[in-house]
Design a protein around this ligand. Structure first.
Ligand SMILES: CC(=O)SCCNC(=O)CCNC(=O)[C@H](O)C(C)(C)COP(=O)(O)OP(=O)(O)OC[C@H]1O[C@@H](n2cnc3c(N)ncnc32)[C@H](O)[C@@H]1OP(=O)(O)O
Length: 416
């Protein structure tokens, strides 16, 4: 990757430490200009990968920002694949719609390719921005607002063997991280933790609480071993008819069904509350199958991780396929033309090869659809029904769609 830090043209140039404050203030202003608490700002400064962060400057004024983190993302089959985590994208409102974002996306994807990362991933402030650059929505978040005064939870056998106890979040951080680390390989879309990122889960600025308590934490233990945890806030409310508080779940992880159910049972039962607000959960989260009344849980979905294959061949080879696939894809990729053309994918549950071919195409699609389907959460059949994938050889769609699917819903465990 280029490390030019001297460029004075309007093109993107690599960020240096001394410019970070100006660069970050440009980013904050792009998101409305509300200052961040010192601990949050300091955390993002420490996590910034300077050699892969870009700024666009006009004189000494920063007018564009874009960063990338060197993530590894779990793909179907359990491998952990290098992925650029695109982040901190903004363009000054004085310079919008002049191609500044496009110039940063161009430079960034060229750099990602040069680094040999097969994938780029991001979460989007607005879904309409990144499709043109080849990103497809690959994972979704389940959100809910559960009426815990009405909805009952039935728990599986073994739940009573779990002890749920309060803990200071920082005191049990290592044990919580160990739980997460065991879960990362089990679900496509999850990110392996980079050094320093564990602090994200402890961030607790007053500005983020909206009247709720500081972060609270419980751990689930079986025979003294930590098998899960939940971090949440409580927002009390006193009304004429009595207490009507809310529990706002930040994150929860558990190693088995009993530990998971014990944590949800705890959250459902916190005194003086009648609503459990749940955001950013996997779409197949187990609590849905334990509740007495799903309608009163008010579930809704939101797009979460957008994925772009930067090297189609390497990306398709990096994952496995739950049923045998032998299909030629005709890939359209206007923004990264090195991907365009025909690729033969041959794979199964053990491994895969994906090479350039002159053979006739079986399926035609753009790299954006390939990105959407890549983690197994969006089916190629569904995309074909929307006209986004075209079946050329009869039978190829069902074969590829079956192979690409994932039994476990892909999920991104936190934003970035
Ligand atoms: C991964 C992340 O960090 S997500 C965060 C993204 N940042 C934000 O939302 C902060 C606020 N918004 C901004 O800073 C800017 O408006 C940006 C970054 C979204 C766009 O920057 P710009 O420099 O204006 O984009 P640029 O001029 O390169 O636009 C390229 C194309 O995308 C389109 N586009 C840009 N932004 C949007 C949008 N929000 N919605 C729909 N289309 C958009 C443009 O219309 C243009 O289309 P065209 O090629 O057909 O003319």
């Amino acid at each position: 990757m280029a490390t030019d830090t001297t460029g004075s043209s309007a093109g993107p140039r690599v960020l240096v430490q001394d410019d970070w404050d100006k660069w970050y203030d440009t980013l904050l202003r792009g998101f409305g200009g509300v200052p961040e608490a010192a601990e949050e700002r300091e955390l993002w400064n420490s996590l910034t990968e300077f050699d892969r962060s870009l700024g666009v400057w006009e004189g000494d004024a920063c007018v564009g920002t874009a960063g990338a983190f060197s993530f590894r993302v779990t793909v179907p089959g359990g491998a952990s694949v290098p992925a650029a985590g695109v982040t901190m994208v903004s363009v000054a409102a004085t310079h919008r719609r002049r191609g500044v974002l496009t110039s940063m996306m161009r430079r960034q994807l060229d750099d990602v390719r040069a680094l040999g990362e097969p994938l780029a991933v991001l979460t989007a402030s607005e879904p309409a921005i990144y499709g043109r650059f080849g990103y497809g929505a690959a994972t979704f978040h389940l959100n809910a607002e559960i009426d815990t005064s009405r909805v009952r939870l039935s728990v599986p056998p073994g739940t009573d063997d779990i002890r749920v106890r309060y803990a200071v979040p920082a005191d049990v951080l290592d044990a919580c991280e160990a739980v997460c680390a065991r879960l990362v390989p089990t679900r496509p879309g999850m990110l392996a933790r980079l050094p320093g990122w564990e602090r994200l889960g402890l961030l607790d600025p007053e500005s983020a609480r909206d009247g709720a308590s500081p972060l609270q934490c419980v751990v689930a233990e079986r025979d003294g071993e930590t098998v899960g945890y939940a971090r949440y806030r409580v927002k009390p409310s006193w009304e004429t008819a009595g207490p009507n508080g809310s529990v706002i779940l930040q994150d929860l992880a558990a190693l088995d069904p009993a530990a998971d159910a014990a944590l949800w049972r705890f959250l459902f039962g916190i005194d003086l509350t009648s609503t459990l607000v749940v955001k950013g959960r996997p779409v197949d989260d187990a609590w849905q199958y334990l509740v007495s009344d799903m309608r009163r849980c008010r579930p809704w979905l939101r797009d979460s991780l957008y994925l772009r294959p930067v090297d189609v061949g390497a990306a398709l080879e990096a994952r496995t396929y739950r049923a045998p696939v032998d299909v030629v894809f005709e890939v359209e990729d206007a923004f990264c033309p090195w991907n365009a053309g025909r690729w033969r994918l041959s794979g199964d549950a053990k491994g895969a090869s994906c090479e350039r071919t002159a053979d006739a195409a079986d399926l035609a699609l753009s790299v954006r659809e390939l990105g959407a389907a890549y983690l197994g959460g969006v089916s190629l059949t569904a995309l074909a029904a929307a006209g986004r994938v075209r079946e050329v050889r009869r039978g190829a769609l069902a074969e590829a769609s079956m192979g690409f699917g994932s039994d476990v819903a892909p999920w991104l465990q936190h934003g970035f």
